[in-house]
Design a protein around this ligand. Structure first.
Ligand SMILES: Cc1cc2nc3c(=O)[nH]c(=O)nc-3n(C[C@H](O)[C@H](O)[C@H](O)COP(=O)(O)OP(=O)(O)OC[C@H]3O[C@@H](n4cnc5c(N)ncnc54)[C@H](O)[C@@H]3O)c2cc1C
Length: 380
């Protein structure tokens, strides 16, 4: 067993940190306040290879593993979650094309994503189908050489700025097995009948676009089907098992930032004639945060390492995602508490951390769903 990251990994971490500190720090408060996505930051991240890391080299990416992508996300989220999400989410869903798409689809869709020429989204959630994805009722009905898509999707990252969206549709609604009813279909967003409305007023990751979508008789060629018809649910579970590892790294990034801010503040802030950091209760808080962060990081490292070595482990991934979310929320809460009233102000980073942390417990499988996956593994 070897707990040391390689020199290449350390170089990736340093490059990601340098980029994020240099590019995100001064923009974070403004982009959060204005709920704005900055395409220039995304382009720069593409040029430096951070966006296409996981896309294979033959399609313009650098063909790295989930561990490398996760290391980058921890660094990005430690500087700013909203911008960190916004610059990398333009490829959210690319794994589905990479794993299940045809050669032609990979060439058509993956290269523009890696090179910063296109933005995509992955639309699963619906107004009445969240945790239970099998309840998704957006339909794709075959009509000659086309599918006709009708329905609506909710909370779709990049929904209002994407060039194309991979949509989780019902292609076989009558199938008695609800796990065989769905398929993935790519919809280009300039297709007639497609509409997106940006959602405003999010609690956190406000620099990252989120939208609701509607599909009204959207006609796409049958060639836009990605993967096997009826295998969408199974393919989604594999996709989530990969993407949740990266989300766990996001949570660790937030938690780490909360610890860093707390150390800085409690060393400087004096009450009762001495720095807050000299009080044992403060020290206990810092010690607990550091320990939880280390445990959460080790979980995502192991989950990523296993996935990269062909041993994708859904229960371990669920543990990593759940524990990272909990750690992010708890550390952000403690950090704000240690900042007292100052933490309540938006000019202090801890306020943003406190708001951003919560998303790790919600998207790509809530805390409760992750625990159900862990328990299912224990009881099977
Ligand atoms: C900012 C943001 C970005 C997002 N991006 C995307 C995206 O790009 N694409 C996409 O498809 N979706 C996206 N989502 C949607 C996200 O994945 C869902 O919000 C999430 O899966 C939960 O679904 P829901 O909101 O419908 O909650 P619900 O499923 O209604 O859950 C509500 C509560 O009930 C609990 N619950 C549900 N079922 C059970 C159960 N069986 N046992 C115990 N508790 C249960 C949940 O854990 C939760 O606490 C995004 C959401 C947000 C907020």
């Amino acid at each position: 067993m070897d707990f040391e990251l390689s020199k290449e990994h350390k170089d990736i971490i340093n490059a990601a940190r340098e980029f994020a500190v240099g590019e995100f720090t001064d923009r974070a408060q403004e982009l959060d306040r204005d709920e704005t996505f900055d395409p220039e930051l995304w382009k720069k991240a593409c040029e430096l290879g951070f966006v296409g890391m996981y896309i294979p080299e033959e399609y313009g990416g650098s063909g790295m593993g989930l561990l490398e992508c996760s290391l980058v996300m921890e660094e990005f989220w430690a500087v700013d979650a909203g911008i960190g999400a916004a610059v990398v989410a333009p490829i959210f869903g690319a794994d589905i094309i990479n794993l299940y798409g045809t050669e032609q689809q990979k060439k058509k869709y993956l290269s523009p994503l890696a090179e910063g020429r296109a933005i995509m989204g992955a639309a699963i959630t619906e107004p009445d189908a969240g945790s239970d994805v099998t309840a998704a009722t957006t339909t794709a009905v075959k009509d000659g050489e086309d599918y006709i898509i009708n329905g609506s999707k909710m909370f779709i990252t990049n929904g209002s700025i994407a060039d194309f969206i991979i949509v989780f549709c019902q292609t076989d609604p009558e199938n008695p097995d609800r796990h065989r009813r769905h398929s993935w279909i790519v919809v280009e967003t300039d297709t007639e009948g497609f509409e997106a409305n940006k959602l405003h007023g999010k609690l956190g990751i406000r620099a990252c676009d989120t939208a609701e979508l509607s599909f009204s008789n959207v006609r796409v060629p049958v060639g836009n089907l990605v993967g096997k018809e009826g295998a969408g649910f199974k393919e989604l579970m594999v996709f989530f098992d990969m993407s949740r590892i990266v989300v766990a790294a996001m949570g660790v990034g937030i938690a780490r930032a909360a610890l860093e801010e707390s150390i800085k503040h409690t060393k400087k802030r004096r009450q009762f004639g001495m720095p807050l950091a000299t009080f044992q209760i403060t020290q206990f808080k810092l010690a607990e945060m550091a320990t939880k962060i280390k445990a959460a990081r080790n979980l995502y490292y192991e989950a990523a390492w296993k996935a990269d070595n062909g041993m994708l482990d859904p229960e371990l991934v669920a543990m990593a995602k759940w524990y990272a979310g909990k750690t992010a929320v708890q550390c952000a809460d403690e950090a704000l508490q240690m900042h007292g009233g100052y933490g309540f102000l938006d000019e202090y980073k801890v306020q943003r951390l406190y708001r951003d942390a919560k998303i790790v417990e919600i998207y790509e499988g809530t805390t409760e769903i992750e625990k159900l996956i862990i328990a299912r593994g224990l009881l099977k």
